[in-house]
Design a protein around this ligand. Structure first.
Ligand code: NAD
Length: 491
């Protein structure tokens, strides 16, 4: 079964396809075949103005809508997504090269996020402080207005839905820019949303980060920016947003550790290490790419991991038996290959992989072998910098304090995995690691309601959780004196 992708998309603004004011376009290339999939406008400042104008017009009615009605509408969007799961998953795989079974799961996760926030908006409460018998202080949570949201290319549909769901539930309207490489499912889902939500509530503009993205970040009509991207992009966005003093949430990169204790269930850990390192071909912000194995079990663990590598069936991502598809682009594949070459030249030992993989029938397919290193030093660049591909590095440890020091000795602090059967070991380890998400005896689970976000250079702000509604609202305090008589100051 295959589905149509139009040769060109327009922007989606005010619930209709909107011709861009810019003549420039960006091509989307299939990472599987190298063919041009479609093209999208490289939107300019006038397009961003048009989107902001629609979102501004839609804001008062959306913000004032009773939460019960908003809940129904967000649930209805989730229903649309689930009804169209096959087509949306197929389009996601066509655009990204990720395995279809992962895209399918991603659609269902996205629908679950919508349902979570549909319910959560019903219980977004303020606070009431009885200052004295007569005086009441109310903290009311009010939506901000138009939110500019900018996504990365690795989970395009999840990112779109996950990021807009909380902002919408809190009563805001949206101008969203998908990553330049992966606009297809965002635009298709925007059109589905347009059948359910009022015009202007969700608007999508496409284009490059430095132009369209920067125009969103600097736009005076936008109150807040929520961006997912690299740490470098996060820093640029902070600078760009400073002139208009916008609120920010930044979900940035990671260089995440998985720690294996001597008492760990090694089969379970081996499965988790593979999932952490190679899910979505390692193109995951939380990729567990630094594996710290206790010396007493390191050899055994490595053998179990290597034994599992053939189970990572790589090939046509539309074949539901396959577990690894392509990387996102030629440029990105070259970047990953450069890191692998650098690792070898820095003196790390290649345990497996290391090259582009040739898959029969797909001469242009951007496949990369799952790659593991050992005998590396934590100071090497492959151990310090986010590679964002199927590459992980093993280290051995004996001294726990030193190991924690090495785990934390990276710029970023997004996620970590801990493998142990000891509750006290797990609890203590979680306390020692400076990251926003710790998985214990599991990896890459993202339940709706569990707060997700980074520490250090991985950014700030929390997604997926109830608390995210607070990020997308501001507090208005109202003080009321209910007394029938009043004190006279001026007599
Ligand atoms: P990127 O930083 O290149 O781009 C992310 C988005 O920002 C894109 O839409 C891009 O067009 C836009 N952008 C770039 N420069 C901009 C600017 N100056 N102003 C405004 N927008 C700009 O990232 P990418 O290559 O698309 O994605 C990979 C990165 O995203 C990795 O570092 C990964 O770790 C990170 N990521 C983080 C999370 C998280 O939740 N923490 C999730 C997924 C990906």
């Amino acid at each position: 079964m295959s589905y149509e992708i139009p040769a060109h998309y327009d922007l989606y603004i005010g619930n209709r396809w909107h011709k861009s004011a810019s003549d420039a376009t960006l091509e989307c290339i299939s990472p599987l075949t190298g063919a041009v999939l479609t093209s999208v406008p490289d939107a300019n400042a006038a397009d961003v103005d048009a989107a902001v104008a629609e979102a501004t017009r839609a804001f008062p009615a959306w913000a004032d809508m009773p939460a019960k009605k908003r809940q129904q509408l967000l649930d209805a969007v989730a229903d649309r997504l689930v009804a169209d799961v096959k087509r949306i998953a197929w389009l996601e795989t066509a655009n990204t090269g990720k395995p279809l079974r992962e895209s399918h799961a991603n659609v269902l996760t996205a629908a679950d996020r919508l349902r979570y926030y549909a319910g959560a908006c019903r219980v977004l409460e303020g606070t009431h402080l009885p200052v004295s018998r007569d005086v009441i202080s109310l903290d009311q949570r009010t939506p901000l207005g138009v939110i500019g949201i900018i996504g990365a290319w690795n989970f395009p549909l999840n990112m779109f839905i996950g990021k807009i769901a909380a902002a919408l539930a809190a009563g805001n309207t949206i101008v969203y820019k998908p990553a330049d490489l992966t606009p297809v499912t965002t635009l298709e889902i925007a059109a589905l949303i347009g059948e359910v939500l009022p015009a202007g509530v969700v608007n999508v503009v496409t284009g490059a980060g430095a132009s369209t993205g920067a125009a969103i970040v600097e736009h005076p009509g936008i109150r807040m920016i929520s961006v997912t991207g690299s740490t470098e992009t996060g820093k640029r966005v902070m600078r760009g947003a400073s002139d208009t003093a916008k609120r920010l949430t930044l979900e940035l990169g990671g260089k995440n550790a998985q720690i294996v204790f001597p008492d760990a269930d090694l089969d379970r850990a081996a499965q988790g290490i593979l999932l952490g390192a190679f899910m979505n071909q390692g193109q995951v912000c939380t990729a567990g790419s630094r594996i710290f194995a206790h010396r007493s079990i390191a050899a055994d663990l490595k053998r179990r991991v290597i034994d599992l590598i053939p189970k990572l069936r790589m090939g046509d991502p539309f074949d539901e038996q396959n577990r690894m598809g392509t990387l996102i682009s030629r440029q990105h594949l070259d970047r990953v290959q450069n890191y692998i070459d650098l690792g070898v030249s820095e003196g790390a030992r290649l345990m497996c992989g290391g090259r582009r993989a040739n898959i029969a029938g797909f001469p242009e397919g951007l496949f990369m072998e799952p790659t593991l290193f050992d005998e590396a030093s934590p100071k090497m660049r492959i151990a310090q910098e986010e590679i964002f591909g199927p590459v992980a590095v093993f280290f051995e440890w004996e001294d726990k304090a030193k190991m924690f020091e090495q785990v934390n000795a990276v710029q970023q602090g997004l996620a970590a995995g801990i493998w142990t059967t000891s509750l006290s070991e797990a609890h203590a380890a979680a306390r020692h690691i400076s990251v926003g998400r710790v998985w214990i005896n599991c990896y890459n689970l993202y339940p709706s309601g569990a707060s997700f976000g980074g520490m250090k250079a991985s950014g700030f702000g929390r997604e997926d959780a109830f608390e995210t509604l607070h990020e997308f609202t501001e507090v208005k305090n109202v003080v009321i004196d209910t007394a029938s008589s009043y004190r006279r100051f001026y007599e």
